[in-house]
Each structure stands twice: as structure tokens, then as C-alpha cells.
Design a protein around this ligand. Structure first.
Ligand code: NAD
Length: 250
């Protein structure tokens, strides 16, 4: 049975990935900052190793990994999905952006990925596993006042090709660039809702709808499988075709 560790796995896209891998028969561990969401994940699926860990906190990551090593026993880790992060990309005007807010964004996405990968590599090497970094189409294109998010997601693309070159042939590394993925139904109970989208919001996507965490989870399942054994250092845009559309004001 294969083993995976998913960060930010208690809600949103990460939760969709956890559910897909469990349905496919994987053993799954998750790290998430939100204690309530972690408790709900564990209650829903008692076989999960679900831990409260802030991925940007070096000692919390080290402590979390000591539990992951116990959980794995003699096995290696087959998959790390570095997905945790702050989903809201807006930072306001750059001239007013506080250094601590800039750092908070970079810490949760980029430093968090580094801290996780540093601990995971020996375990991944043991299983000839793979790493997936959750970037964003915002690594390639932007709305105004999203500099800290765009910079952090761009850094993850660079990190993934650098790692692919360093960690091969044992470990493959790829990045996923989601577009608009609706996560309202994948939040903890107190924050869960049914999202409503306008026809225009849906129709602007060439596929005619907004994305669901299942759309990302399917790509994760493929990239983690032996069918993707010849793919490393690559990036996969999963955005319903939005990045392919040329937009001019009418
Ligand atoms: P979400 O807010 O629904 O879920 C994120 C989860 O990560 C939460 O459970 C949160 O508690 C956890 N988290 C946040 N910071 C953390 C930290 N420092 N340590 C541990 N856990 C932490 O967000 P989402 O929309 O599912 O986003 C997941 C990832 O996908 C993010 O990296 C986000 O940037 C990326 N992404 C999302 C979209 C989208 O449209 N939803 C699009 C592109 C990229």
C-alpha cells in the first residue's frame, strides 16, 4: 500500500486530494494549521494520520515528521503534496504592503515547501516517490495587487524544476497550477457553504464551469502513478482553459 503526506490536507483542494487518494487505497497523512479542521478530518476518517502543523514553523515540521516516521515504520514515503498556503491572493497596493504580510505569504508557500521537502527527501528516496508543489496560474498571469502571492507561486515553479534536476533519478518533482477552484464545500463544518456562480463566471471558462478540488485530485493521482514515470520537472495548468483565452476589453 502506498503512503502520501499532504499539507493543507484538512480543507479545500488538499482535502479533495486526501479523499481521492484514500478512495484509491493509499495510506494518507496530513499536516494542517487549523486544529478544528484537523479534528474533523480525523473524525471522518480515523485511519488518517492528521496532525496540527504549521508548515512555515521549522520545529513544528520537525516534530510532525517524527510522527510521520513512526507511522511509516520501515516503509518509505511515496508522495509529498506541498499544498498548504494562503488562498487569498490580494495584498493591496504594493506601496502599503507591510514586510510582515509579504513574509507571511512567502513563508507559508515557499519556506513551508522547503521545510517539508528537506524532511521528506530521505523518506521519498527510500520509496522512489514523487513531490508535487501546488503553484497557481497566478505564477504566470496576474490581477492587480497580488504581488506577494504571484511571487510565491512563481518561486514554487522554479523550486520544482531545480529539485527535479537535483533529486532524480530516485525522486520525480512536478508542479500543478490550478485556476479557479471552488472550495466552499470542502471547508470545515462552521465555514462550509454552497457556492453560487453567475453564468458569466462559468461561461468565461472554455470548459463552461468553475473547477472543483476533484479536478486537481485527479491530476495528483496521475502524476503520482507509475504512468507518469517519465515526467519530472514539469508544470501542469489545470484551469478549465482560462489561461488559453485572450481577453480584450470590448
Ligand atoms: P483553503 O484555504 O481552502 O485550504 C488551505 C488549507 O491549508 C487550510 O486547511 C489551511 O488551514 C491550511 N494552511 C494554510 N496555511 C498553512 C500552514 N502554514 N501550515 C499548514 N496548513 C496551512 O485553500 P485552497 O483553495 O484549497 O488552496 C490550497 C492551495 O492551492 C494553496 O496553496 C493555494 O494557493 C492553491 N491554489 C488555490 C486555488 C483556488 O482557486 N482555490 C487556485 C490556485 C492555487
Amino acid at each position: 500500500m502506498k503512503s502520501a503526506l499532504i499539507t493543507g490536507g484538512a480543507q479545500g483542494i488538499g482535502k479533495g486530494i486526501v479523499q481521492r487518494l484514500r478512495a484509491d487505497g493509499w495510506r494518507v497523512a496530513l499536516f494542517d494549521l487549523d486544529g478544528e479542521a484537523v479534528a474533523e478530518a480525523k473524525a471522518d476518517d480515523p485511519e488518517l494520520l492528521a496532525l496540527v502543523v504549521d508548515v512555515s514553523d521549522e520545529s513544528a515540521v520537525r516534530t510532525g515528521f517524527s510522527q510521520v516516521r513512526d507511522w511509516l515504520g520501515d516503509r518509505g514515503l511515496d508522495l509529498l503534496v506541498s499544498n498548504a498556503g494562503i488562498a487569498d491572493p490580494q495584498n493591496g497596493p504594493i506601496e502599503n504592503l507591510a514586510l510582515q504580510d509579504w513574509r507571511r505569504m512567502l513563508d507559508s508557500h515557499v519556506t513551508g515547501a522547503f521545510l517539508m521537502i528537506r524532511e521528506a527527501v530521505p523518506l521519498l528516496r527510500k520509496a522512489s516517490g514523487s513531490i508535487l508543489l501546488m503553484s497557481s496560474t497566478r505564477a504566470l498571469q496576474s490581477e492587480p495587487e497580488t504581488e506577494s502571492y504571484a511571487a510565491s507561486k512563481g518561486a514554487l515553479l522554479a523550486l520544482s524544476h531545480a529539485l527535479a534536476v537535483s533529486l532524480g533519478p530516485k525522486i520525480r518533482v512536478n508542479s500543478i497550477l490550478p485556476g479557479w477552484i471552488e472550495t466552499a464545500a470542502y471547508q470545515k463544518k462552521g465555514n462550509r457553504s454552497v457556492a453560487e456562480h453567475t453564468e458569466a463566471e462559468k461561461a468565461q471558462h472554455p470548459v463552461g464551469r468553475i473547477g472543483d478540488p476533484k479536478d486537481i485530485a485527479g491530476v495528483v493521482a496521475f502524476l503520482a502513478s507509475d504512468d507518469a514515470g517519465f515526467i519530472t520537472g514539469q508544470r501542469f495548468v489545470v484551469d478549465g482553459g482560462m489561461a488559453a483565452r485572450l481577453i480584450y476589453t470590448a
